[in-house]
Design a protein around this ligand. Structure first.
Ligand SMILES: CC(C)[C@H](C(=O)O)[C@@H](O)C(=O)O
Ligand code: SF4
Length: 467
């Protein structure tokens, strides 16, 4: 008898299921990543309970969320932030956990350095008390965000207790048009199906347009799965994945590498396997997107208009509140909207390819007068690579500030922010009220759209500059 065809998700889940428990499953966790904001809490609480980390070699930690990203940084600008940093340093040392700290060669945003160092590998389960952990599914792993109590459980036992999510496939058929990116794919999916549209889903991203993405584009797409309320997003590993990982710091070597690749080649959905849910999107119809509201679902084509309530997908109160917070009127064209600041950074879009594409648009041009523009590379490795190619000069010559790596102004932690009331175009993933500071109006878009807008001084279509 032929074995039942299985989805990639079935394979990942079943390979890690160690027990069934009254409707839930106990899943083995291969890697745990911590950052100073939530990881410090988990580590302190675990130590206070007198529990040991069962396998410290599988746990990694980083300082990225509240570290100062200005040059010459010494710590954090966040009030009270020092205690998170010192707790992370003390507790990781006590538990024997490897810490990528500022001042050592490889710090960066957790979801940027994990693939860079090959800490995440195809077929692995990886958790981190951070919602954008799903980014790392781009490498063919099952990676998802957890709470700090679950992080304690995972560290103490090497397992987590979970309800099996729905196996969902989102297929992007065909090819993207020039100037359209993985960020626009994610925003299109969320705009069409709603910010809650993926709730309870483990999403395999598939189709020709996904296969055609490099690893960085795949990371951007999977990063936004949590903005779709999905448990995780992932992509079957292929030659692009293996080429990316080969030779990286924690990747297997020699015969182990060959054996690993042979096993990783099996990590794909079998023909005829059944999904609980399928979504199909025509990639060729996707355009550069920008958000107008205070949820990632409130996004339209950059050449579009602020929708009326009827087409917004929001209720009357939610719509009124979003329009009011964002200082917009129904029917207003987005590409006429003046902006005060532009931010290129975050675990969504701060990798070398993102910076290269933005720099190509910025080169030889100037940021609009009076506009604050920043580039924050996602990791030290990205920063060094960009500097070796002269991308920092391109940005600085154009009037951008060039920073050290970290989460920086992706989210407001209280240390620094944009000028009060600023309208910001941002390559990040969240545009909630106050996300980038009190009263800040955030429009999320691709790094290309952010770069083009910084030059124009208003929200701008990147295709205008590249023509
Ligand atoms: C601080 C952290 C827990 C949070 C998250 O979980 O995502 C942050 O990274 C964010 O992007 O809002
Ligand atoms: S870059 Fe932003 S979204 Fe990503 S982990 Fe940091 S704060 Fe969260």
């Amino acid at each position: 008898m032929q074995p039942e065809p299985r989805t990639l998700f079935d394979k990942l889940w079943e390979q890690h299921r160690v027990a069934r428990l009254n409707g839930e499953d106990l899943i083995a966790i291969d890697r745990i990543f911590l950052h100073e904001r939530t990881g410090a809490v988990a580590l302190r609480s675990l130590a206070a309970a007198g529990r040991a980390v069962v396998d410290p070699a599988r746990v990694f930690a980083v300082t990225d969320h509240i570290v100062d990203t200005r040059h010459g940084r010494t710590g954090t600008l966040v009030p009270g932030g020092d205690s998170f940093l010192s707790a992370t340093r003390e507790e990781t040392r006590a538990a024997g956990i490897r810490l990528f700290d500022v001042g050592v060669p490889d710090p960066g945003i957790v979801h940027v350095i994990s693939p860079e160092l090959a800490i995440v590998l195809p077929g692995a389960t990886l958790v981190c008390p951070d919602s954008h952990t799903c980014s790392q599914g781009a490498l063919g792993a099952l990676a998802w965000g957890i709470g700090s109590t679950e992080a304690e459980h995972a560290m103490a036992t090497g397992t987590l207790r979970l309800t099996r999510p729905r196996a969902t496939r989102v297929t992007f058929e065909g090819a993207l048009a020039p100037g359209v990116t993985a960020k626009d794919m994610a925003l299109t999916l969320i705009a069409r199906h709603g910010a809650g549209g993926g709730e309870g889903d483990a999403i395999e991203f598939a189709g020709d347009a996904v296969r055609a993405l490099d690893i960085e584009g795949r990371l951007t797409l999977c990063n936004m799965a949590t903005e779709f309320a999905a448990m995780s997003g992932f992509i079957a590993p292929d030659e692009v994945t293996f080429d990316y990982l080969h030779g990286r710091r924690f990747a297997p070597r020699g015969a182990e590498w060959d054996a690993a690749v042979a096993a990783w080649r099996e990590l794909k959905t079998d023909p005829g396997a059944r999904f609980d849910r399928e979504i199909v999107i025509d990639a060729g119809a996707i355009v550069p997107m920008v958000s107008w509201g205070t949820s990632p679902q409130s996004a339209v084509g950059v050449d579009g208009r602020v929708p009326g309530q009827g087409e917004s997908g929001l209720g009357a109160d939610g719509y009124a509140r979003a329009i009011d917070y964002m200082g917009l009127a129904p029917g207003q064209p987005l590409d006429a909207l003046p902006i005060d600041a532009a931010f290129i950074g975050s675990c969504t879009n701060s990798r070398i390819g993102d910076l290269r594409r933005a720099a190509a648009l910025v080169k030889g041009r100037r940021v609009a007068a009076g506009l604050q523009a920043l580039v924050v590379p996602g990791s030290s490795a990205v920063r060094r690579a960009a500097e070796a190619e002269g991308l920092d000069r391109i940005f600085v010559d154009a009037g951008f500030e060039w920073r050290m790596s970290g989460c920086s102004l992706c989210f407001y932690a209280g240390g620094e922010g944009f000028a009060p009331g600023s309208r910001v175009i941002s390559s990040t993933n969240r545009n909630f009220e106050g996300r980038q500071g009190p009263g800040i109006r955030t429009h999320i878009a691709s790094p290309e759209t952010v770069a083009a807008s910084a030059i124009a001084g208003r929200i701008a279509d990147p295709r205008e500059l590249s023509r």
